[in-house]
Design a protein around this ligand. Structure first.
Ligand SMILES: O=C(O)CCC(=O)C(=O)O
Length: 337
């Protein structure tokens, strides 16, 4: 580590120990599009990589600003999706070979919800309540999908900065996760520099526990977790259920309508750090809801891998964006090509 990086880290540590919990994103570091009086038309004219974007960039940016999300229809080639899901099936069915972390949200796993795939029985891996974590570390194709050109082009426009992919989750079934906003859980050095992609790996059925969201909710007053401000961790006084109740009630009170994401295989939903969303109930347990969720930040805000904040990350660059190699499992990197 260079002397400069050491000094920067020491200064950051000293600052964070005196910092009071925040109740709102800092105005000065907001992505440009979240500030008032921004000129989207001028931005679009001067944004070079936007010229090859296969959607109307100005229209998508205005929609994002108003609603906190956009949908990029048929952004991911169908063959990539099939090949990628084939890799997920290989991981599940031959789990004894793989060290990929998997989160199991079943009561019997409550003491140790995150385990390596090799230590989880195949029937558990094949069922609901499973999140395969950071499979992009293992899969070159997973990296290629998460940093596919249209996703990077749009998010680079939103951040006004190089895009960095932070983490990913792979689902076979609906998550049934209560309403939340991601910034509370996925934290970068500038918390407003966060966005996510929900990539449909099959056509989504209404009874499969689809994602839902409240358009416009990215502008609501933020929830206070107590002790920890707008972020949730072990020191928070309030919990994720309190967060969900606050968001559902506030959205209803201000008249924001809940929408359900019924997109097709290869479609991508991109959403703002503060869009309130969750997973609907699974009404037909026979139905899968295969999806790939990726979180992103900016170069300014995410300079180190979250699992190794004091080392320089190894960058893999794709389409002018980066994803950092997993510093804890170098032997598992790109084992699926
Ligand atoms: O896909 C889902 O059901 C929930 C995903 C989600 O909310 C998230 O990763 O933030």
């Amino acid at each position: 580590m260079s002397l400069l990086t050491k000094l920067k880290n020491a200064a950051k540590k000293a600052l964070s120990s005196t910092n009071k919990p925040i109740s709102e994103f800092e105005t000065a570091t907001l992505p440009w599009i979240d500030r008032t009086d921004v000129d989207i038309d001028t931005f679009v004219k001067q944004y070079q990589r936007g010229h090859d974007f296969p959607y109307d960039l100005g229209e998508k940016l205005r929609f994002w600003q108003r609603n906190g999300y956009v949908i990029l229809e048929q952004a991911i080639p169908s063959q990539w999706v099939d090949q990628f899901w084939g890799q997920a099936e290989e991981l599940i069915n031959h789990h004894e070979h793989y060290r990929t972390n998997v989160r199991v949200d079943l009561p019997s796993y409550a003491a140790h919800p995150v385990m390596e795939a090799k230590d989880i029985p195949v029937d558990v891996l094949n069922g609901p309540y499973i999140k395969i974590m950071d499979f992009h570390d293992n899969s070159a194709l997973g990296k290629q999908i998460m940093l596919h050109e249209p996703i990077v082009t749009f998010l680079e426009a939103v951040f006004g900065d190089r895009v960095i992919a932070m983490q990913s989750l792979l689902f076979k079934y609906g998550s049934q996760q209560p309403t939340h906003q991601d910034f509370a859980y996925v934290v970068s050095e500038i918390p407003s520099h966060l966005a996510a992609a929900w990539i449909a790996l099959e056509d989504i059925h209404i009874d499969s526990g689809p994602l839902y969201y409240y358009p416009g909710s990215h502008k609501l007053k933020k929830f206070d977790f107590g002790n920890t401000g707008i972020f949730y961790n072990g020191q928070s006084k309030q919990n994720p259920t309190d967060f969900a109740n606050y968001l559902d009630a506030l959205c209803q009170q201000v008249g924001l309508k809940r929408e359900t994401l019924l997109i097709k295989k290869g479609d991508v939903l991109l959403w703002h750090a503060s869009l309130a969303h969750g997973g609907d109930s699974i009404r037909n347990p026979e139905l899968t809801r295969k999806s790939y969720v990726c979180h992103y930040s900016s170069d300014k805000a995410y300079q180190h891998h979250r699992q190794s904040p004091n080392t320089e990350p190894i960058r893999r660059s794709i389409n002018g964006a980066d994803v950092y190699a997993n510093p804890l499992m170098p032997d598992q990197e790109d084992i699926f090509k």
